[in-house]
Write a protein that binds this ligand. Sequence first.
Ligand SMILES: Nc1ncnc2c1ncn2[C@@H]1O[C@H](COP(=O)(O)OP(=O)(O)OP(=O)(O)O)[C@@H](O)[C@H]1O
Length: 584
Amino acid sequence: MFKLFKNLEKKDRCFILMALVFIVAQVWLDLKLPDYMSEITVLVETPDSSMQDILIAGGKMLACAFGSLVSGISVAVLAAKSGIDFAATIREKLFHKVQDFSMEEIGKFSTASLITRTTNDVSQIQILIVMGLQAIAKAPIMAVWAILKIYNKSWQWTASTGVALVILLLIVITCIVLASPKFKKMQVLTDNLNRVTRENLTGLNVIRAYNAEEYQEEKFEKANNELTSANMFANRTMAFLMPGIQGVMNGLTLAIYWIGAILINNAAMNKKLTLFSDMVVFSSYAMQVIMAFIMLVMIFMIWPRASVAANRITEVLDTDITIKDGSLDGDTKEKGTVEFKNVSFAYPDAAANVVENISFKANKGETIAFIGATGCGKSTVINLIPRFYDVTDGEVLVDGINVKDYKQNELRNKIGYVSQKAILFSGDVESNVAYGDNGKKDATPDEVKEAVKIACADDFVENLKDKYHGYVAQGGDNFSGGQKQRLSIARAIAKKAEILIFDDSFSALDYKTDRKLRTALKKQCSDTTKIIVAQRIGTIRDADLIIVLDGGKIAGKGTHSELMESCEEYRQIAYSQLSKEELA
Ligand SMILES: Nc1ncnc2c1ncn2[C@@H]1O[C@H](COP(=O)(O)OP(=O)(O)OP(=O)(O)O)[C@@H](O)[C@H]1O
């Protein structure tokens, strides 16, 4: 928790300091009230006292109460401001940190958990600051100050307050011990609920198509019930706190007046008035002590959850990023080359390598294609080029330099990447195609148009009501699979990168569009090196080099005709897709 607070900005530290000053002022004013109350009691009981004196003492009381109100409001405003600001700072830090995460770190935390940590967990910290700042600082000052004021009044009253405090402590400790583990559990269960909700929303169509609503509901109900019952237990336990404290407060008032009655009864006549005034003042201070405890209880209610949340946030912020930046910028002598030297790779926590001993070189303007059975490691190989993962063994070189030596953004400026699943962002066609930074300049509307044309997406984009400013929904949900793929391809082309990577990016295109697109690519991007993963022989048969993968290893390498001669795996794929006449 305290580690997280090191992230407080200077401005917020100042706000907190100012709040502390107001808190001390408020406590001082609150504790001054009983003194004036005692003065008034004495004045009322003294036969010769004037109304003027009573009014002056009353006026001072009023001024103290008003001062306390102003201080209280100031503390609340300052606490809210620093809490909200701090939450915004932490959310921003988390966002930036997660942006730098590699797939390994994202996988370690899970997307659902990262969302809960950035939203719900940060809110817990905000609540702690906004509500807790007053109590954390105010309660101890108030308790100590009030105790100092009353401790020498009468040992009987002090003892009764002591007993009340011990009972209070026992109630508080029991409730905290019982509820604390549940508060901790609640954050993890919130992750789980988020995960189930997310899965449900993203897979809605499949759920409906398979009439799996009931199954999903059961899953949701289980997650929801777990969270509800943990919440219920913790809050039910905490529900005993307030009535318990109230009971102790009433009991203490009763005890003070009872003891006071006995003391006044046994006292000499001239001491009775002083004792009565002492009793009123003492009960007032004793209530302040109990109030301080109530505030601490509030903290104990918020603290366990906030402390778990703080640990979860620091866990993300302190995570060591596995993919570290190199120092080189992208200004290399060699351009457009990709070379793998005996590359092997195993996913984090996996026992065995997924790909093994991969070596090849792509020269500027060449087309290199990967083909092989599903799950043989094609995507894995090409994901090593933009450094989504680092190799386990061997080297990946881009423009003759190890990818690890580049600054990551410099390396990625060289690459236009089209993922297997086409990803579009909410906005319009133009913002999606001109997306990101290529280290040079933003794509102009004309360049966007040209890229869309090369990607054979102009036919449907031109038909949109707002053409290149046509609306794109989140995830590109208002476009078909093939349209999304073509817009993703246009985005990579518009980047004017040295190397284009297509991860099975033509799979949703019909054969005619596939051919048209490849022809346009060959003509318009002749200087660009193209690395293509494909399932169809037709898509890759013209490639300069085809690499056949089998179980993560290279089973054959060469042009289409060479592989038809030499590679049994390639022949099998080819014959399974095309007739002998088509292949001839
Ligand atoms: N993030 C990951 N963590 C662990 N294992 C993974 C991960 N991604 C892929 N794999 C495993 O690596 C192997 C190769 O996967 P990869 O996606 O590279 O295959 P592929 O040849 O591209 O398949 P497809 O043609 O079906 O897309 C698979 O066995 C898969 O289970």
